[in-house]
Ligand binder design. Structure first.
Ligand SMILES: [Zn+2]
Length: 366
C-alpha cells in the first residue's frame, strides 16, 4: 500500500512574523510581488514595509475582492511586467487562493501570509476559483503546497473573533473525517492513503481545540497574543491544513456542501457550516453519547453553531432539508468515506437529529 502526505515547505508563526517577509522572500530572488486585502494594504502593511524593504524590492498591490479568472489574469500580467521572482499573499482566503493561482500560472514560488485564522487554506495545494459573480467555478489542484506560510499572530489577534471561531469549526471536522478515512483506507487529497503522521496531526488538532479553544477565543476578544491563542491559530491553520489534505475528508464537508444549496446559509462562514456538518456527522456515524456531548460542549463553549437556526435556516422545510441531504450525497462526494450506509434519508435524519439535540440542549431540556 502506498501512503503519501503533502506539506508546505516552511511554516513560520508568531507575533510580528510579518517582519520576516522580506528575509523569506529574498531567498527566492531580488523582486517580490505581494497582493493584499484592502484593509491589510491600508492598515497592516504600513507598519511593516520599511522592515520588509530592507531585504527585498517589493510591490504591494490591492486585491480586487474576487478569486476569479479575471483577477488572476490581471495580477499575473502585473507580476510578469514587474519581473518578480516570488508571489506573496497577505490577507484572507480569496487573496491567498489568487496568489497561489498566479504563482502556478507563472511557475513561481509563493509565500502565504494569512491575516485571519478562519480556514485551513493557507497551507494547501488547492485554489478555489470563483466566477465574477461570486459562485464557485472550479477547484484548481496545484502541483505543490506553498513554499512558505508566514502567520503573524499579532495581526490575527486584532481580527474579528468570528474568524477564529469559524476556523475552529473547520478544524473540528479534521480529526473526525481523517479518522473515517484512516479506518476505511480512503484516499486523501494526494490521491493516496494517508500516513500515520497525517492522522496523528489531525488528532492533535482536535485535542488542541478542546483544551485551548475557549482561552484562545478570550485572547482574541481582548486583542492579545497568548500561548493558547498561538496553539489554536496553529491548529486552525497548520494542523487542520495538513490533517484534511493528507488525512482526507468525509461527511462534515459533504454536509457543508449540501447546506450551500440553500441561499440563507451563504452569509455564514465556511467553518460555521462545517460545524453543522460535524454535529450531523456524529449522529450519522453513530458515535457514543459521551463523544456527542463532548462535541456539543465544545461548540457551545466557543459559540459554534449546533442548530440550523444559527446558519440562517430557522423554520426550514423538510423539503429544503432533503435538498441539502441529496446534495451531500452527490456522486463522488466525500461522504462515502464514512463507514456507515449512506443515503439521503440517513443524512436528512442525522441533520434533523443534530438540530433537535442542539435546540434541546440550549433550552435546558437535556
Ligand atoms: Zn474546510
Amino acid at each position: 500500500m502506498i501512503q503519501a502526505s503533502i506539506f508546505p515547505g516552511k511554516y513560520v508563526q508568531g507575533a510580528g512574523a510579518l517582519s520576516r517577509l522580506g528575509k523569506e522572500s529574498a531567498k527566492f530572488g531580488k523582486k517580490a510581488f505581494a497582493i493584499c486585502d484592502p484593509y491589510v494594504f491600508e492598515s497592516v502593511i504600513p507598519g511593516y514595509q520599511d522592515e520588509i524593504r530592507k531585504e527585498i524590492d517589493i510591490v504591494f498591490e490591492k486585491f480586487n475582492g474576487e478569486c476569479s479568472d479575471k483577477e488572476i489574469n490581471r495580477v499575473t500580467e502585473l507580476v510578469k511586467a514587474e519581473g518578480s521572482s516570488v508571489v506573496i499573499a497577505v490577507g484572507g482566503g480569496k487573496t491567498i487562493d489568487t496568489a497561489k493561482a498566479v504563482a502556478h500560472a507563472l511557475s513561481l514560488p509563493v509565500i502565504i501570509a494569512p491575516t485571519i485564522a478562519s480556514t485551513d487554506a493557507p497551507c494547501s495545494a488547492l485554489s478555489v476559483i470563483y466566477t465574477d459573480e461570486g459562485a464557485v467555478d472550479r477547484y484548481l489542484f496545484l502541483p505543490s503546497n506553498p513554499n512558505v506560510v508566514l502567520v503573524d499572530t499579532s495581526v490575527i489577534a486584532k481580527a474579528p473573533v468570528r474568524f477564529l471561531v469559524s476556523g475552529m469549526g473547520d478544524a473540528l471536522s479534521t480529526w473526525l473525517e481523517a479518522k473515517s478515512c484512516q479506518t476505511g483506507y480512503a484516499n486523501n487529497f494526494a490521491g493516496e492513503k494517508g500516513s500515520m503522521t497525517a492522522y496523528a496531526l489531525a488528532e492533535l488538532c482536535y485535542e488542541t481545540l478542546l483544551e485551548f479553544g475557549v482561552a484562545a477565543k478570550v485572547s482574541n476578544e481582548t486583542g492579545v497574543v497568548t500561548p493558547a491563542f498561538e496553539k489554536v491559530v496553529e491548529a486552525n491553520t497548520l494542523l487542520s491544513g495538513l490533517g484534511f489534505e493528507s488525512g482526507g475528508i468525509a461527511s462534515c464537508h459533504a454536509v457543508h456542501n449540501g447546506l450551500t444549496v440553500l441561499e440563507p446559509t451563504h452569509k455564514y462562514y465556511h467553518g460555521e457550516k462545517v460545524s453543522i456538518g460535524v454535529v450531523t456527522s456524529v449522529f450519522l456515524t453513530d458515535k457514543p453519547a459521551d463523544f456527542i456531548d463532548e462535541v456539543y460542549d465544545f461548540c457551545e463553549s466557543v459559540g459554534l453553531p449546533t442548530t440550523l437556526a444559527q446558519v440562517g435556516l430557522e423554520g426550514v422545510s423538510d423539503e429544503d432539508l432533503m435538498k441539502v441531504a441529496v446534495r451531500a450525497c452527490a456522486e463522488g462526494e466525500t461522504i462515502y468515506n464514512e463507514l456507515v450506509p449512506i443515503t439521503p434519508e440517513a443524512v436528512f435524519s442525522a441533520i434533523k437529529a443534530a438540530d433537535a439535540y442542539g435546540r434541546a440542549r440550549k433550552s435546558g431540556e437535556v
